[in-house]
Design a protein around this ligand. Structure first.
Ligand code: 9YT
Length: 128
């Protein structure tokens, strides 16, 4: 087994900055767990368009408050500390952060490390 410490990730190659978020990637594809595990900060007052076409993502909000809007049906899903949302249908969505939010995110298949979103809000398919 092994341990990973957030303090050792911050400021290194697994500390990835997007326009509206900062993803500290704790476990990646190379860790061979079958998923990746991220501790992600979402900046207050932002809206992020996302569509993980190639991945399933579960997101556990542990700090802050906001909402997810699913694009196809316009439904609003309130999110606060203690809420998990699971994008089990590769749902196109917009994440609105009312306050700064801290999320524990799991991706299946795992991301490899440096991914940021394309114009659709997706990460590339594994293997290119
Ligand atoms: C919640 C969400 O999807 N935020 C965007 C960043 C992503 N979760 C990541 O790479 O950690």
């Amino acid at each position: 087994m092994k341990t990973v410490r957030l303090d050792d990730i911050v400021g290194g190659p697994q500390d990835v900055h997007g326009e509206t978020w900062n993803s500290r990637r704790l476990l990646l594809a190379d860790d061979n767990m079958g998923y990746s595990l991220h501790d992600t900060l979402i900046h207050a007052g932002t809206a992020t368009k996302l569509w993980y076409r190639h991945h399933l993502e579960a997101v556990y909000c542990i700090e802050g408050k906001g909402k997810v809007v699913t694009v196809d049906d316009g439904r609003e899903w309130p999110i606060e500390a203690g809420t998990v949302y699971a994008l089990d249908k590769h749902d196109k969505h917009v994440l609105h952060a009312e306050t700064a939010m801290r999320m524990v995110c799991v991706f299946n298949p795992p991301v490899t490390g440096r991914e940021t979103h394309d114009a659709d809000g997706a990460y590339p398919a594994p293997g290119g």
